[in-house]
Ligand binder design. Structure first.
Ligand code: 4NP
Length: 152
């Protein structure tokens, strides 16, 4: 199963989601069956490493993060089984590329799986270290729940 996490720049939220997902899949012994990647809807950070604050946050939470920025492409709608958008703006952008109900049904808002609160994963780019940690906590519990759904 192939899952894709999508945000705007692909340097803060989605590469962290990808890294958390991979770490959890590995702990569950599922790294050979669950493939994860991330990308951004914008082209600002193609080829870039994750934001240094994302790196620092991941490291402080014991998660290894290895990624280079890439932009979402229409092909992702056929290449991936599930596409999880970090917020409604990016969800709408991804949906605007879909051409069938089969494609549309793959695209979800990631916090639909948050056991605490629905909505957007807040963009931490103009925020503080605490905002990055809030993103980590949201993604950590949401991806736990997501993995339960995906492996049912
Ligand atoms: P991300 O955060 O979408 O979580 O990667 C952002 C990264 C970069 C920018 C905006 C949001 N930017 O405007 O460059």
């Amino acid at each position: 199963m192939k899952v894709l996490f999508v945000c705007l720049g692909n340097i803060c939220r989605s590469p962290l989601a990808e890294a958390i997902f991979k770490a959890k899949a590995q702990k569950m012994g599922l790294s050979n069956t669950l493939f994860a990647d991330s990308c951004g809807t914008a082209n600002y950070h193609i080829g870039d490493s994750p934001d240094p604050r994302t790196f620092k946050n991941a490291q402080s939470n014991g998660v290894e993060i290895v990624h280079r920025g890439r932009q979402f492409s229409k092909r992702d709608l056929t290449d991936f089984d599930w596409i999880f958008a970090m917020d409604k703006g990016n969800l709408e952008i991804i949906l605007s590329y879909t051409q069938s109900e089969a494609e549309r049904s793959k695209v979800k808002l990631i916090r639909d799986f948050d056991p605490v609160k629905r909505g957007n994963v807040p963009d931490p780019y103009y925020g503080t270290e605490d905002d990055f940690q809030e993103v980590f906590q949201i993604l950590d519990r949401t991806i736990d729940n997501l993995l339960v759904s995906l492996t049912k």
